[in-house]
Design a protein around this ligand. Structure first.
Ligand SMILES: [Fe+2]
Length: 542
């Protein structure tokens, strides 16, 4: 009888008026650009949904409504201001399903902006188990003092097989309170493909497999609307954020990552060719270098080998700075390396090792990368944001490219990447909230690179520091149009003032930084202040 009544109501299209609605999923945010976002959510019964947005939670003045009934809702919001936070609510008719101070979205920073941003990176997380929740909670504690702008996922987003219910219980139910205010850009792993491939043993070779829960749930910026070369496919895509370019590759379709010309490689080369951003960050699932739950040397690891042999040469040719992957269920992080595309026995530090130090800025060992030759990439595996490897399965030794590894029974964690001007810093936080690894890269031209300009009018000062890096002497040139007192200061990375001098010559100034030689080797910030305006450069003593 009830079934008959429901059928009748559905037929009449009246259900959304007469039956109570339930919010099943979300709201969450996808495909964010500098000027647009897609708000997505699921209701128990089809409705015509709406999103209201505004500058405060109490003042949501703009209403964007759907025109058709749907259970899976996607509302596209356009004409937004860049890097601006909007509060929102979702609902139907006069019913609000979700709203409040934690329901907001922030559009992306403009291309080339150097004010800085941070990214939360998680891989192989979708278990729904306690170690996944602990890694999430450790990040949330860390983010109280280190705010994050958006997320990347490294694949295996929903165990065991990437079914819709797997995403519900292992992604949305776990991260729901985060996803309502922070957008994420995904990459697929082999487990996301399990339900898509089904019993098709040749599924790893079939590039036409682009339908299934992973592709229904996610809306990536695939047409160049967030910057980058249009891929026009959800299988791989790119976007810009501030002064960084992000590229998501698909390591799961072996016909696209193998030797020879493939659609993925053709697109990748076009994308890298067009890229003008200071930083280039690539993410995909299968790790080119790993010794953990998986070994990249094993003959059957076709996905890993293809990425290492046929994709990495392209990435490194174009000077890619950072690569993040998952699949192996630990955390591994390489030195600054270049040109290693074979198995680990062929690793040759004399050729492939660009910088064999820790890269840890707290130890004064930040990697320094020459922007002109573009050589040097750090490879990070973060495949333990939910999954882990039991102690007895862990390889006894690290892969030779790796500086550091963390893994073992119930050892989970995640990464926060900070991009600020000419410096990136990547930090690994384990499930206890301990920072177990950290590295920075400072990328510069041989002369100098302005890291961030606090006031755009400071370009008038045309500041240059050279040589940089320098050992004994650091020379400085700048314009002083007014002839007012110019204050020069050298700060360490914590902001502590180490050296100061001032000069009041009008016009072009040339001078040497006094006592530069007395500083220990390391990275410093040089500040120039004139008439209340200031500029900063990263300078390196080595
Ligand atoms: Fe995997």
């Amino acid at each position: 009888m009830k079934k008959t009544l429901l059928s009748l109501l559905l037929l009449l299209g009246l259900t959304h008026y007469s039956l109570s609605q339930e919010l099943i999923r979300g709201p969450y945010q996808q495909g964010t650009t500098t000027h647009s976002v897609k708000i997505m959510w699921r209701t128990s019964i089809p409705t015509k949904g709406w999103v209201k947005i505004g500058n405060t939670p109490e003042n949501l003045t703009k209403n964007i409504s759907e025109t058709d009934l749907a259970s899976d809702h996607t509302v596209y919001i356009d004409n937004l201001e860049a890097f601006t936070t909007y509060y929102y609510s979702v609902g139907y008719d006069d019913i609000t399903l979700a709203s409040g101070i934690d329901h907001y979205f922030t559009t992306n920073q403009l291309e080339g902006d150097t004010i800085g941003f941070s990214v939360w990176i998680i891989g192989d997380f979708g278990t729904g188990d306690e170690p996944q929740k602990m890694a999430k909670n450790a990040f949330l504690d860390y983010s109280k003092t280190h705010p994050v702008n958006f997320m990347l996922t490294l694949g295996d987003n929903a165990y065991p097989e990437g079914a819709d219910q797997d995403y519900q219980s292992h992604l949305f139910d776990i991260y729901d309170s985060i996803l309502r205010f922070m957008h994420y850009y995904p990459t697929p792993g082999n487990h996301d493909y399990d339900i898509i491939r089904g019993d098709n043993v040749l599924g790893y070779l079939d590039p036409t497999l682009d339908d299934g829960p992973y592709f229904h749930i996610h809306e990536m910026p695939i047409h160049g609307e967030a910057g980058g070369y249009p891929s026009d496919t959800k299988l791989y895509y790119s976007f810009n954020y501030g002064n960084a370019h992000f590229i998501c590759l698909n390591s799961e379709t072996y016909t696209w990552t193998q030797n020879g010309t493939t659609p993925l490689k053709t697109w990748l080369k076009k994308d890298l060719e067009a890229n003008q951003q200071h930083w280039t960050i690539v993410y995909f699932h299968q790790s080119p270098y790993t010794r953990s739950s998986d070994s990249s040397d094993d003959f059957y690891e076709i996905g890993m080998r293809n990425m290492r042999m046929y994709i990495l040469p392209i990435l490194e040719e174009y000077g890619v700075d950072l690569v993040y992957t998952g699949h192996s269920h630990d955390y591994e992080r390489s030195y600054l390396i270049n040109g290693h595309y074979k198995n680990s026995p062929q690793w040759n530090p004399a050729i492939n090792l660009i910088d064999g130090r820790s890269g840890n800025p707290d130890l004064g060992e930040t990697y320094v990368k020459n922007i002109e030759d573009g050589k040097g990439t750090v490879y990070t595996v973060c495949g333990n944001s939910g999954r882990y490897i039991n102690d007895d399965k862990l390889f006894p030794t690290l892969h030779p490219v790796m500086y550091y590894r963390d893994g073992g029974t119930e050892e989970t964690g995640s990464v926060v990447l900070e991009v600020k001007g000419s410096t990136v810093t990547s930090t690994y936080i384990n499930k206890k909230g301990e920072i177990l690894d950290k590295f920075s890269i400072f990328k510069q031209s041989p002369q100098t690179v302005a890291t961030h300009v606090k006031d755009k009018s400071i370009r008038l000062f045309d500041i240059k520091a050279y040589p940089n890096p320098s050992s004994k002497y650091l020379s400085l040139e700048f314009n002083n149009p007014s002839g007012s007192k110019a204050n020069l200061s050298i700060l360490d990375l914590s902001g502590k003032l180490l050296l100061h001098q001032s000069i009041s010559n009008q016009g072009r100034n040339k001078l040497e930084i006094k006592k530069w030689q007395s500083l220990p080797n390391g990275n410093y910030t040089l500040n120039l202040d004139i008439d209340g305006k200031s500029a900063s450069l990263n300078v390196v003593k080595q």
